[in-house]
Design a protein around this ligand. Structure first.
Ligand code: WTA
Length: 656
């Protein structure tokens, strides 16, 4: 990343927001925290004595088989926490509840897009998980092996994840909306031995052909020996005799009793891929104890989980939000999770609100992009339903604009529910900056203050503290238990990306500023990653996909503000000399990109040009392209531009 490429904060109105909402004591009482001074006392203590703080938290909130000998070690940018301890994630998410009063409490309430529902109690879920763990052992998987999960949002996805953790198999969940090429690349990178998938899933009324996608990917993945297929849509699929096996048929052969493995605190838990600044997504690796502590603590403290809560995190399990707050966090806390398979506005645009009223959801955790689409649909839709069960509203994934925040607060929360804007990343594992619901006064658009033990700091590129009003690069001062330990197979890249960009601190890749109350305001990415509908996409990843097209010579992708998606994708493309520009070519290239990455990478606009603006050293000047894509003109500094005529040509609006 070069400094000239640094994106200026794009959300202008965040800079002028000064409303402040005090917690409403009457409608809200925090289970763990009394008030702000209690938070500050605990926070200060957690920063001053991190090891004793984390020791206390781990002892209070998790069940270990064996206690640790050493709390923390750090070498070559590799953190280790709770050394010598053993535990099991599925034990913490299931067994300890089954052994308590929660045995017959609903762990998972699921609704399919066609409307059917399924409820699994903690006992039932634990039996399903044990059976699945036995199935995995049965097909020859051992502790430390890796498997891919490519599934719709159905209970079997959760069961499969927990089953892996029960026997120490490492899962890599690939978002069901990703293409076969993306699935293939992830399987190859993490060397998965098996895949769990489904015949398909329902989305907007049709059956998505997931098995077909998987088959395509598996043509080039020799490491995969077995594929377990869940029957969901009942569409006809091709089963390869030695490789593929139906989940329900395999299940018949195994018992539902499986003792949880005693795993080392640093045993790898999962690998999850996310976009970075190069074309190749990074497989962030999380480990057992630290991650589980992070998701458990944040679920308890920030969402203030109570025994009667029904927690709906709308994210897919293919994203980190789904891992941490659809599966591991709430289940570790013994909460009831609600999970929905399909599209938010299908078959009617009020499907979300209907389900909240029907299942009496108490906590809704969703993304600003969803809120903005709901605003567009009008407040009459939520008003048609009784949303009074809601007591807390969370948001995640991108900066929330104050207008969306206020709408969420007033229309969905009826001015009674605190808004918990949570800032975090795939790399951080769990929430890092967010208000403690009902305790921290909130300001629309600010994720407010840090979680215990987390010390965010805003720096200039040279590592000096940034001026408060100007903002700078958001960094974290010290390692914390729930951070990713490495990029799978490439520790050098991990070191370089996160710990050496600004020497000695964790570099988030986000810009931020801090106001006079110490509140953090996240301004968006400062690198070549764009955030489309709350999903990270590397511009280079889209560019690499585009240049694979036989007619594309060069491509530069930039983000531009989008009223619903946060950012939209604009691709500037130069074509090969031989290319015939036909009216369908743009659509053809768009489809080509989608085929390689997935539908979320569809460009909002493709612009053809003879050449792209470059510096004298040959680097594409994205800053100029961003300006052009956003305002239609360029006013910024062009002194390093090599060929000025390029700009003139780019300014000319292309006709098709
Ligand atoms: C952005 C999602 C502003 C940010 C959990 C970060 C946010 C990236 C917020 C991580 C928020 C996430 N306010 N920006 N509350 N939450 N982001 O890895 O740019 O998919 O770096 O993790 O999303 O995206 P990821």
């Amino acid at each position: 990343m070069s400094k000239s490429d640094t994106q200026k904060p794009s959300i202008e109105n965040l800079l002028h927001e000064n409303r402040k909402f005090k917690p409403q004591k009457k409608s809200f009482s925090h289970y763990f925290l009394q008030d702000m001074s209690h938070y500050l006392k605990l926070y200060k203590n957690s920063i001053k004595n991190p090891e004793s703080f984390w020791t206390r938290m781990a002892s209070e909130h998790l069940d270990f088989f064996k206690k640790w000998k050493k709390v923390f070690a750090w070498k070559d940018c590799k953190a280790q926490w709770f050394l010598g301890a053993t535990l099991n994630v599925s034990y913490n998410c299931l067994d300890r509840h089954v052994q308590s009063d929660r045995k017959n409490k609903a762990a998972l309430i699921w609704e399919g897009e066609p409307g059917e529902t399924r409820t699994l109690t903690y006992l039932q879920l634990s039996l399903e998980v044990a059976k699945c763990a036995n199935m995995l052992k049965g097909i020859g998987l051992h502790k430390g092996d890796k498997i891919a999960i490519y599934m719709p949002l159905i209970p079997e996805a959760v069961i499969a994840m927990l089953a892996c953790t029960r026997i120490g198999v490492v899962h890599t969940v690939v978002f069901g909306g990703f293409s076969s090429s993306s699935l293939r690349d992830r399987i190859l990178d993490s060397n998965c031995k098996a895949l769990i998938t489904a015949d398909g899933g329902f989305r907007k009324g049709s059956a998505v052909k997931m098995k077909e996608m998987a088959d395509e990917a598996l043509k080039e993945t020799p490491s995969i020996k077995n594929v377990i297929v869940v029957k969901r849509t009942h569409e006809k699929v091709k089963m390869f005799p030695k490789r593929d096996i139906w989940w329900h048929e395999l299940a018949e052969n195994y018992s539902d009793s499986c003792v949880a493995e005693q795993l080392a605190a640093e045993h790898p838990l999962f690998i999850l891929y996310t976009s970075g600044t190069t074309g190749k997504p990074k497989g962030l690796m999380h480990t057992t104890a630290g991650y589980l502590l992070g998701v458990t603590l944040t679920t308890k403290y920030l969402f203030d989980i109570k025994e009667t809560d029904i927690f709906w995190c709308t994210a897919d399990v293919g994203w980190v939000t789904g891992h941490s707050y659809l599966v591991y966090g709430p289940l570790s806390c013994g909460a009831t999770v609600f999970m929905y398979e399909g599209a938010p506005i299908y078959p009617e645009p009020d499907r979300f609100w209907k389900m909240i009223a029907k299942h009496k959801v108490t906590i809704l955790y969703t993304a600003p992009t969803a809120i903005r689409s709901f605003i567009r649909l009008g407040k009459e839709l939520p008003k048609k339903h009784d949303l009074s069960s809601l007591r807390l509203l969370g948001t995640v994934g991108e900066p929330i604009n104050p207008e969306a925040w206020i709408w969420y607060y007033e229309v969905i929360g009826n001015k009674k529910c605190p808004i918990v804007d949570t800032w975090w990343q795939t790399e951080t594992g769990a929430v890092m900056i967010a208000p403690f619901s009902g305790v921290t006064p909130t300001k629309p658009g600010s994720a407010t203050l840090p979680m215990f033990g987390i010390e965010p700091i805003i720096l200039n590129k040279d590592g000096t503290p940034a001026k408060k009003k100007d903002g700078g690069f958001l960094c974290i001062k010290k390692p914390w238990p729930y951070m990713a330990r490495t990029i799978y197979g490439d520790h050098e890249r991990y070191k370089k990306t996160y710990w050496q960009e600004i020497e000695g601190v964790y570099f988030t890749g986000d810009g931020a500023r801090q106001d006079k109350d110490g509140y953090f305001w996240i301004m968006g990415r400062v690198d070549d990653v764009i955030n489309v509908s709350g999903h990270r996409l590397g511009t280079m990843e889209i560019e690499s996909a585009a240049v694979e097209h036989p007619l594309v010579a060069e491509c530069a992708v930039v983000g531009r503000p989008d009223a619903i998606k946060g950012q939209g994708i604009v691709a500037f493309i130069t074509l090969k000399k031989s290319a015939n520009i036909n009216p369908m070519l743009k659509e053809e290239i768009a489809k080509f990109i989608i085929k390689q990455i997935g539908a979320l990478a569809r460009p909002d606009e493709i612009r053809f040009s003879d050449s792209l603006p470059k510096t004298r050293s040959g680097k594409i000047m994205r800053r100029l392209l961003r300006e052009l894509a956003t305002t239609g003109d360029i006013k910024g500094d062009t002194t390093t531009l090599e060929d000025f005529s390029v700009l003139e040509k780019l300014r000319e609006k292309d006709e098709d």
